[in-house]
Design a protein around this ligand. Structure first.
Ligand SMILES: Cc1cc2nc3c(=O)[nH]c(=O)nc-3n(C[C@H](O)[C@H](O)[C@H](O)COP(=O)(O)OP(=O)(O)OC[C@H]3O[C@@H](n4cnc5c(N)ncnc54)[C@H](O)[C@@H]3O)c2cc1C
Length: 292
């Protein structure tokens, strides 16, 4: 591993100026759980790292609005999100996702900004946050902009962030009444997923409305399943509809093979597990803001 300079800005403004400086060829660091492995493996060689540690006190809030929207500062750890009772109540889909994401040691140091910027297509949260229609706030010396999570990923480890931008906040709209994520693993349950399926929707007069279905891990970025959404929208959930939705999903999903399995295997997983995601979403605990 090559030597590097560690820069430790004390304010967000200072950090943004460092990464925007002409000729800067370093990387920002949040929890370092991903970047340290990439450096050790020799796939990332940079001469400086910009630690965001000293900004943590001012960027570690979780703010909940009365309508159920959540705003999570970029330097909140995954463990802090996992253990936040208010977030678990407003977005009951999340605790189960965190429970099998990596392990407590990783969750206790990895931060949501670094996590989302990492761009590993196998990550669990991107399809979940895409189904929830979440967005991130990206800040730079040029200003700030919001990027929907379903537009954040361009491909394998590639995001739509500019080199001088930091993710400083995650905004999650109120969770729909029904939502569930299924992490399908071929080995241990806390392993990286072979396939991740997330669905979120509301029910009106016994019919599914505003469905959003995303898959991850078996694709090079979270993929929205628009044909499966069209198949279920406006319909009551039945076994026949489950079969139609599963066929639509398996037919439209462009999957990639890897050490977790072939395209055919992942298609079979999608066909088998999509109905279960809907059934569990229908029975899942309702978000606090919707219970009244
Ligand atoms: C053993 C192990 C198992 C894992 N299993 C899973 C799993 O099952 N499911 C899953 O979803 N994930 C899993 N992960 C991935 C893990 O979640 C990531 O390593 C972690 O979230 C990265 O967060 P971090 O804060 O440590 O990022 P860092 O390592 O600090 O940074 C990651 C990347 O983001 C950039 N960056 C950092 N902060 C910011 C910012 N605020 N704005 C813009 N760019 C930034 C860095 O330059 C780097 O490119 C696993 C990781 C490990 C080590």
């Amino acid at each position: 591993m090559s030597a590097f300079e560690l820069l430790q800005p004390s304010t967000l403004e200072e950090a943004l100026e460092i990464i925007a400086a002409p000729g800067f060829a370093g990387r920002p660091v949040s929890g370092a759980t991903a970047i340290s492995l990439m450096r050790r493996a020799g796939v990332l060689n940079v001469d400086s790292l910009v630690s965001l540690e000293r900004l943590r006190e001012s960027m570690r809030g979780i703010h909940l609005a009365s309508d159920g929207q959540a705003q999570v500062d970029g330097l909140v750890t995954l463990g802090e999100m996992e253990n936040h009772a208010g977030l678990a109540a407003s977005h009951p889909i999340l605790p189960a996702v965190f429970a099998t994401l990596a392990n407590p040691r990783v969750r206790n140091v990895a931060m949501i900004g670094g996590y989302l910027a990492h761009g590993d297509p196998h990550m669990d949260l991107p399809p979940v946050l895409s189904a929830l229609n979440a967005r991130v706030l990206a800040q730079s010396v040029r200003g700030s902009r919001e990027i929907p999570v379903d537009e954040l990923y361009r491909g394998y480890y590639e995001t739509s962030l500019e080199a001088d931008e930091l993710i400083t906040r995650l905004v999650i709209p109120p969770q729909p009444a029904c939502a569930h994520y299924k992490k399908v693993t071929t080995r241990a349950r806390h392993d990286w997923p072979t396939l991740g399926i997330a669905a979120a929707f509301d029910m009106e007069d016994g019919r599914i409305v505003r469905p959003r279905i995303f898959i991850g891990a078996a694709t090079d970025r979270p993929l929205r399943l628009v044909q499966a959404e069209a198949a279920v929208a406006g319909e009551a959930w039945t076994e026949a509809l489950a079969r139609r939705a599963a066929e639509a999903a398996a037919g439209e999903a462009v999957l990639v093979p890897d050490s977790h399995g072939s395209v055919e295997y992942k298609q079979a997983l999608l066909r088998a597990h999509l109905p279960e995601v809907f059934e569990r979403a229908l029975k899942a605990p309702k978000p606090a803001a919707r219970q009244a």
